[in-house]
Design a protein around this ligand. Structure first.
Ligand SMILES: C[S@@+](CC[C@H](N)C(=O)[O-])C[C@H]1O[C@@H](n2cnc3c(N)ncnc32)[C@H](O)[C@@H]1O
Length: 228
């Protein structure tokens, strides 16, 4: 299995340089969880490593990119922590022991193209959580002002790339100058709430940011916490 991230996994840290507001949020949820921790789309371990450091536990990290998982292995070794890294698809994952917390940082659920793909993932989450276990994730809130500003634009940072929007497919494409195109399919608040509903999960909180800001018309991010 390979994906777009394999081509530039060794530069992913440059892409996320300065992106750290989410880490204390997920770390705090992990501290509160009394049982197994699972990170979906663990990538390079950007969040899983601080979670392991803060909790003294060994989070399971699932990702479909061998290149990203290799980076996670290297970084975990450097940090002196253990991660249980597994190559796999978040639409199909299974865990041996029900989790107290499943979380998916970095807007990664937006890589699943269709509602059916996300539904499969949410159903796997519900089947993999303890009763009362938590599921947390974040995703950008689509904003037409932002889209019109960035559509078609080239930027040199954090890595040289061009962004383009397809409204008919609710998709944002990010094309690296030297690394192909990756896509994110945005979703509305009601789509996320519908996914919770069909998976039999209940909403605990919906914030507009990682410090627990209320969601309002200026929010750039949905930050969801749900329970089984
Ligand atoms: C934006 S990165 C986020 C990595 C990490 N969670 C973070 O916040 O830094 C998205 C990750 O999702 C992974 N990914 C995309 N689709 C996936 C799928 N269907 N199953 C598993 N991993 C997937 C990619 O390989 C990549 O590592």
């Amino acid at each position: 299995m390979s994906n777009w991230y394999d081509a530039w996994a060794d530069r992913y840290e440059d892409w996320t340089d300065g992106m750290s507001a989410d880490v204390p949020f997920y770390v705090e949820l992990a501290r509160q969880a009394d049982g197994p921790l699972v990170e979906l789309a663990v990538g390079t371990g950007r969040v899983a490593i601080p979670v392991a450091q803060a909790t003294g536990r060994r989070p399971i990290g699932i990702d479909s990119s061998p290149g990203m998982l290799e980076q996670a292995r290297v970084h975990a070794d450097e940090a002196g922590v253990e991660l249980d890294l597994r190559e796999g698809d978040i639409r199909d994952f299974e865990v041996e022991e029900p989790a107290a917390l499943i979380y998916c940082p970095g807007r990664s659920l937006l890589h699943l193209p269709t509602w059916a793909d996300r539904r499969r993932c949410f159903e796997r989450v519900a089947a993999s959580l303890r009763p009362d276990g938590r599921f947390a994730w974040n995703a950008f809130a689509f904003n037409h002002h932002v889209a019109s500003e960035y559509d078609g634009r080239h930027a040199d940072t954090p890595l040289p790339h061009t962004t383009s929007y397809s409204v008919s497919d609710n998709r944002v494409d990010v094309t690296l100058d030297d690394g192909g195109t990756g896509s994110l399919w945005w979703a509305t608040k009601n789509e996320w709430l519908g996914l919770l509903d069909v998976a039999g999960l209940r909403l605990e909180a919906l914030y507009g940011g990682f410090a627990g800001e209320p969601l309002d018309d200026d929010s750039g991010e949905y930050v969801f916490v749900a329970r089984r």
